[in-house]
Design a protein around this ligand. Sequence first.
Ligand code: 6GU
Length: 224
Amino acid sequence: MRIDIISVLPELMESPFKTSILKRAMDKGIAEVHFHQLRDFGLGKYRQIDDEPYGGGAGMVMMCEPLDNLISKLKSERNYDEIIYLTPDGETLNQKIANTLSIKDNLIFLCGHYKGIDQRIRELHITREISIGDYVLTGGELAACVLADSVIRLIPGVLNDEQSALTDSFQDDLLSPPIYTRPAEYKGLKVPEILLSGNFKKIEEWRSEQALKITQKKRPDLLH
Ligand code: 6GU
């Protein structure tokens, strides 16, 4: 998978892809992330990329021309499956969206800034708009990292133990059951007997029960 990320602050997104599991995905060639500085496509001596909104109002708007030039250049180089605009008014990211995107080959993530992008860029290029939740960030960069992480970790070969993506919270619209490691007793708190029993059928039953119970308690909205 290749992800091209368009931003005025690409440096904000470097470390997540240089660390741990995402780094390993990059090193193995399973995923590649390319950053594009929108400012390089800015207009004039000052490399302008934003301007005041027509009709007035607070905040600046990301202009058509730099975005159109950069996106058109990328599109001339390969076919993109989706061109995603990270914006608080997009559809809220969930595991289903991450699953869908994890089987794509080429994605563009456009990070919004200021008041957002000129509507015509949405009409010309954007195929999908995604938010990471109902709160406002200073820009789309951290959201782009969250989206990329949620997607890249699902690509086969990225996680060591393929099972671990399949047993994630949310993968079946259920939260994960409690987990324990050694010691069997800590500060008087005991690991549930069943987990020490070696009876894997019973253990799986217990985990399913617990997952259901915890979901009922913490996130009843997930159970349709
Ligand atoms: Cl994608 N962008 C911004 N600026 N804020 C957000 C968001 C995106 N998702 C949630 N809040």
